[in-house]
Design a protein around this ligand. Structure first.
Ligand SMILES: Cc1cc2nc3c(=O)[nH]c(=O)nc-3n(C[C@H](O)[C@H](O)[C@H](O)COP(=O)(O)O)c2cc1C
Length: 214
């Protein structure tokens, strides 16, 4: 598999997921081709204080959202796929219909048409029936809908643990080995995927959950 991936950051709440994802992919040695929508640029600033230059520093290459002639606008640019983190309802709707108005949604469209993995961390709540129908369409055309929903069995100690878990589970969807996600009752020594942090969390779960069957 190509160790090159496209990452989109759209204007849904949860900009931190995109930033953390880029940092993790960089640590793991992946080439990161990144596009941030106009609204995404704003939410990154409002929610984290980071600027587009901070995003550029986390990227192998950062493309302007209007540049529909960029490499990632073509399926001929071979990648492992694309992650949109977070994914707004607006961007999801564009991808679902194929009416792509900018580079972020165009890149998702070409990855889907070339049958590559596309994971959308859709964040909105509550969802009306139109949203749900649109998300169903996305699933039918091959996208994976992976909302950033906290896993409380992981006994997160704070925001970093919550974000890391969701980012780790998205990396799992690409088969990218990581120790960010908590592995439920995965004991030390049973998997190469488990890091020290996971062992630590596992111990906490043993004492907290007992035999509650989770
Ligand atoms: C602070 C802030 C938080 C937002 N949160 C969400 C959200 O969680 N989900 C969503 O779909 N839109 C959210 N929006 C609205 C989107 O940014 C807006 O629909 C925008 O047009 C999306 O454009 P994009 O898909 O090109 O990024 C938020 C906007 C702001 C300013």
């Amino acid at each position: 598999m190509s160790r090159r991936i496209v990452v989109g950051i759209s204007g849904a709440s949860g900009a931190i997921y995109g930033l953390r994802l880029l940092a993790a992919l960089g640590d793991l040695g992946w080439e990161r081709h990144v596009v941030v929508s106009r609204a995404g640029r704003r939410t990154i600033l409002e929610e984290t204080g980071a600027t587009i230059e901070d995003v550029r520093a986390l990227s192998t290459r950062l493309y302007p959202p209007e540049d529909i002639g960029a490499a990632i606008a073509s399926g001929s640019f071979v990648t492992a796929g694309m992650i949109v983190a977070p994914c707004s309802i607006r961007s999801a709707a564009e991808i679902a219909t194929g009416v792509t108005a900018g580079l972020l949604t165009r890149a998702a469209d070409v990855n889907l048409k070339d049958r590559r993995r596309v994971v959308l961390m859709v964040r909105e709540t509550p969802l009306h029936t139109g949203h749900l129908r649109m998300l169903t369409t996305l699933s039918e055309i091959g996208a994976i809908i992976a909302p950033p929903v906290p896993a409380f069995y992981a006994m997160p100690r704070g925001l970093d643990d919550i974000v890391d878990h969701s980012v780790g589970r998205v990396l799992d969807l690409f088969g990218i080995e990581n120790s960010l996600a908590h592995r439920w009752r995965d004991e030390p020594g049973t998997s190469d995927l488990i890091g020290a942090k996971t062992h630590d969390q596992s111990e906490r779960n043993q004492s907290t959950h007992g035999d509650c069957g989770l």
